[in-house]
Design a protein around this ligand. Structure first.
Ligand SMILES: Cc1cc2nc3c(=O)[nH]c(=O)nc-3n(C[C@H](O)[C@H](O)[C@H](O)COP(=O)(O)O)c2cc1C
Length: 195
């Protein structure tokens, strides 16, 4: 069976463009070399300023519209999401010339079954990250040369973000295309927008 292409066809219809976007997101979770593997997560800062940072796309449930990320419970983004759960993620694949902006609501998991399961599947190197000083803590120097060997499970958090909007922009010589997908009350609508 042929593998579906990861680039949108020229002049895609709404179904083709949304399918391409969702395929790239699924691939981003499965393939660490994929451009969509490291999106930018935006939150609203505690002071009301926008905050953005790179994260690793750990998993996606396309049917459930759930994006899964891992983070340190002590990091600023966690406090921000606990105060205001609205989040946006931006993905860009230069090969496919496709940008996806996902907007939704995030839930922070800590010390529960979701976290334990994800921790159980994570590698020792990834685990060591959570054993260090709290992210953002001022240091007297650059920091330790070796990662600490302690167990950081208590600092490990899983962020589950359910998206209800995908703004898909496909750059094409034949004319850029922009499609807004929205989910409301279980219904999905698709609207073309001027790029
Ligand atoms: C390639 C790359 C991947 C990253 N992945 C993650 C990640 O999955 N989770 C995370 O919390 N931080 C990740 N970071 C670090 C964040 O970008 C950020 O610096 C850190 O989480 C502190 O952000 P905050 O203070 O806004 O919470 C990554 C950074 C890079 C450059």
């Amino acid at each position: 069976m042929d593998t579906p292409p990861l680039e949108p066809p020229t002049h895609p219809d709404a179904e083709e463009l949304s399918a391409t976007a969702l395929r790239l997101m699924a691939r981003g979770a499965a393939d660490r070399r994929a451009a969509f593997h490291t999106p930018t997560l935006s939150t609203i800062g505690l002071d009301g300023r926008p905050r953005a940072r790179t994260v690793v796309l750990r998993g996606i449930d396309v049917a459930g519209r759930v994006i899964r990320l891992h983070s340190d419970l002590r990091s600023a983004k966690i406090a921000e999401l606990r105060r205001d759960a609205r989040a946006a993620l931006v993905f860009y694949d230069a090969g496919a010339k496709l940008q996806v902006r996902a907007e939704g609501t995030a839930t922070v998991h800590a010390g529960d079954e979701v976290t334990r399961e994800a921790w159980g599947r994570s590698q020792p190197m990834a685990r060591a990250i959570y054993a260090g000083d709290p992210p953002g803590m001022p240091l007297a120097g650059p920091g330790p040369d070796e990662p600490t060997a302690d167990d950081g499970e208590a600092n490990f958090a899983v962020i589950r973000c359910v998206f209800d909007r995908l703004d898909v922009l496909s750059l094409q010589a034949a004319g850029h295309r922009r499609l807004l997908l929205r989910w409301e009350g279980g219904e999905r609508t698709a609207q073309w927008l001027a790029p």
